[in-house]
Ligand binder design. Structure first.
Ligand SMILES: [Zn+2]
Length: 115
């Protein structure tokens, strides 16, 4: 994604991308260097990006938030690629049938457990 798209709040609709598409995109772009770097180094990049997302949520523009959400997803996806996890499968297994706690599509778990 170009810098211009990352920072353009209204640059949305033209491209719809699924988890599977995104994971394949990240794999095709980076898999060799990601495998070479390994899980530990990649995890540190993810944590750095999570910190940048926190800053964007507090002080950033909408464009900053778009960019940081994309970066966090990209690094999370990278780790999934390195360890051979299919994100679509992971999400479908855990959340495809509703809330993992109560099984409903509108969660009815007690708020005392997870406010
Ligand atoms: Zn629930």
């Amino acid at each position: 994604m170009t810098e211009e798209l990352e920072n353009e709040p209204n640059a949305d609709s033209a491209t719809q991308i699924t988890f599977s598409d995104f994971q394949e995109l990240i794999r095709n772009m980076y898999i060799d260097r990601d495998v070479e770097r390994g899980v530990d180094g990649t995890f540190m990049w993810l944590m750095e990006e999570v910190g940048e997302l926190a800053a964007a949520l507090r002080h950033g523009t909408h464009g900053d938030k778009l960019g940081e959400f994309a970066d966090v997803l990209a690094w999370l996806t990278t780790i999934a690629n390195v360890v051979g996890v299919d994100l679509n499968d992971a999400v479908a297994r855990k959340y495809g049938s509703g809330c993992p706690g109560c099984g409903h599509f509108v969660c009815s778990c007690s708020r005392e457990e997870k406010p």
